[in-house]
Ligand binder design. Structure first.
Ligand code: MN
Length: 151
């Protein structure tokens, strides 16, 4: 029996500071990292990724506006989503293959040792046929999306 496909999502979150929440389905929950600059398809752009609390799997499709006064107030949209294969897992390293619309191929998350509270990681694209040194991140919070969210 083939293993069930694991899913991932990247939420673009316009809180007081715009960031991207990178979430991987791991053992029935969403392991989550806040990536201030967002992921990149360029292997030369290593992105700081701050691990935050796991989110429930049901949150994977969430889009909406977190109300004023609540933590993370502001619009949240799905920037990318798809499934992935976990290739390597240790307490300080995850290697995986993403099959999203924007993010494709090999990536690694590596914990930065001896810094912060141990919650700082680097998200990086591996060098493979999907790598793109000229890649530019484009916002998914388009005017049409904003209107749909009522912002
Ligand atoms: Mn967030």
């Amino acid at each position: 029996m083939a293993p069930r496909k694991l899913r991932f999502v990247v939420h673009e979150h316009h809180a007081s500071r715009v960031h991207f929440d990178f979430r991987l389905e791991v053992r029935g929950a969403l392991k989550s990292w806040a990536v201030p600059k967002g992921p990149s398809m360029n292997p030369a752009e290593k992105r700081l990724a701050i691990q935050v609390e796991d989110h429930p799997l049901e949150y994977i499709d969430f889009e909406g506006v977190i109300p004023d006064g609540e933590y993370g107030a502001g619009p949240v949209v799905v920037w990318d989503a798809g499934d992935y294969t976990l290739e390597k897992e240790s307490p300080d390293l995850l290697e995986f293959l993403l099959r999203g619309k924007k993010l494709k191929g090999g990536f690694a998350l590596v914990r930065i040792k001896g810094r912060g509270k141990g919650n700082e990681w680097l998200l990086m694209k591996r060098r493979d046929e999907h790598a793109d040194s000229g890649w530019k991140l484009r916002s998914a919070l388009t005017a049409r999306k904003k209107k749909a969210l009522g912002t």
